[in-house]
Write a protein that binds this ligand. Sequence first.
Ligand SMILES: [Zn+2]
Length: 230
Amino acid sequence: MSIKYQLKRSKNRKTLAIKIKAKEVFVYAPMHLKQDFIEQWLMQKQGWINKHLEKQIKRVDAASVLTQKTLTILGEEINLIFVEGQVKSNVELVDGVLSINTSRRVKNVSDKQLALIADFAKNKLTDYCSAKAQRLAKQINESFHSVSVKHVRSRWGACDSKRRLQFNLQLVSAPLWVIEYVVAHEVAHLKVMDHSRRFWQTVESIYPDYRKAENWLKENGYKLDIFKLE
Ligand SMILES: [Zn+2]
């Protein structure tokens, strides 16, 4: 899967450039340069990008999911309430309200609250992606080893040579049709590992409107970064 970045095109620009600002990757490109070309160029820069992102993400700011008080999970908006000083730490979902309860023994309350929400979201996303991947893989006669969800910085999804599919926790707040695209993308890698023409044809066979989803991620993806765990 491609790197997460914001694309800024301008008429006056003649060359490609990357900047990393506030933990986001910005790519500056000439007006009409082909997306494919930009993507390929970015792939070569992945090592550099990761190194610089790591540098910037030494300390984490306050997690926005905690300040927002709402969370979109698989297309549904959930209100969050925080209850401290409980006997046990856990989460409970009742009528669209997720209660995040922390035990009185917890020292760093916001860390714990964040971990509880992230765990909850991770389970939901894992279930969703597993079911989707199963259905889509069947359509192209492929099978996979496992599905997992992690909080990562630079990728929406991954598929390795051992046929393990991995998805970014941040996707949980994306629209369902976008999550489905990322699953379709990684499932297509079970058949074709690279981003060749054959690969995109495979994607298209299980997810026809993939360009729209790619664009959505490019334009809005950075907004999904609400689980700041490290
Ligand atoms: Zn890919």
